[in-house]
Design a protein around this ligand. Structure first.
Ligand SMILES: C[S@@+](CC[C@H](N)C(=O)[O-])C[C@H]1O[C@@H](n2cnc3c(N)ncnc32)[C@H](O)[C@@H]1O
Length: 218
């Protein structure tokens, strides 16, 4: 997906992926992560997700990365936060009380940008990207993360022939193919998600599963 696609989605407020509540799997499974109290959590392709506020409320600092200026502006404005905006390399750095969003392209992130991160919450990043970009995403993700950092990962599975993405289907063998060489990939949950997703049903999807994984580096 090119950046232009996402800029347009945000400008037209076509953001069906955005959840008005904190993600329930984050709350249910965060306890499985081994992360030092008060450390920094990386939230790739963060949108304006309230999950970042939940992590902050648990005492963590947060670094999100998001390409859309609309998403970043709205995140701070809608939550009544007054950020400081500076430049960090290729990124605009929006910060308020230890919560940082880097506005720019994930693929330009370096290991220096995420060197303080001790855990990752990754919802709906892989499913936002077409197949060839997912390969690049996973490679870049593993290349920049500090050693030993665990990831709580959420994906969606459906028959890709029933609907064109995004959101794309990302099946378990693909997830394992991306990460299993360097991590133990533990599936924590498989959830039948179709009943709660009328939009998918309307677009012809007949079976939809949400999966939650814990990635633990070897
Ligand atoms: C499906 S949304 C998920 C947002 C968020 N994780 C959530 O749970 O609400 C994907 C997000 O990734 C952003 N995005 C897409 N490509 C990106 C890139 N190359 N770098 C940074 N952000 C990107 C989009 O603007 C969009 O907000």
């Amino acid at each position: 997906m090119q950046a232009e696609f996402w800029h347009e989605r945000w400008e037209k407020n076509q953001i069906g992926f955005h959840q008005s509540e904190v993600n329930s799997h984050l709350q249910a499974f965060w306890g499985r992560m081994v992360v030092p109290a008060g450390s920094r959590i990386f939230v790739p392709l963060c949108g304006k997700s309230r999950d970042m506020l939940w992590l902050q409320a648990q005492g963590f600092n947060v670094t999100g990365i998001e390409i859309s200026a609309v998403a970043v502006r709205d995140f701070f404005a809608e939550n009544g936060l007054k950020p400081t905006v500076t430049q960090q390399g290729a990124f605009e750095r929006w910060e308020c009380d230890g919560l940082v969003i880097l506005r720019g392209d994930f693929f330009q992130l370096s290991s220096v940008d995420v060197r303080e991160c001790a855990g990752v919450f990754d919802r709906a990043s892989l499913i936002a990207l077409p197949p060839e970009m997912r390969v690049r995403y996973a490679q870049h993700f593993m290349a920049i993360l500090p050693p030993g950092v665990q990831t709580l990962l959420i994906t969606l599975e459906y028959d890709q022939s029933e609907m064109k993405g995004p959101p794309f289907a990302v099946h378990e063998p693909e997830v394992r193919g991306f990460y299993e060489e360097q991590c133990t990939v533990e599936r924590l949950l498989v959830l039948d998600a179709l009943a709660d997703e009328p939009g998918f049903r309307q677009r012809g999807v007949t079976r939809l599963e949400e999966k939650v994984y814990l990635l633990t580096p070897n």
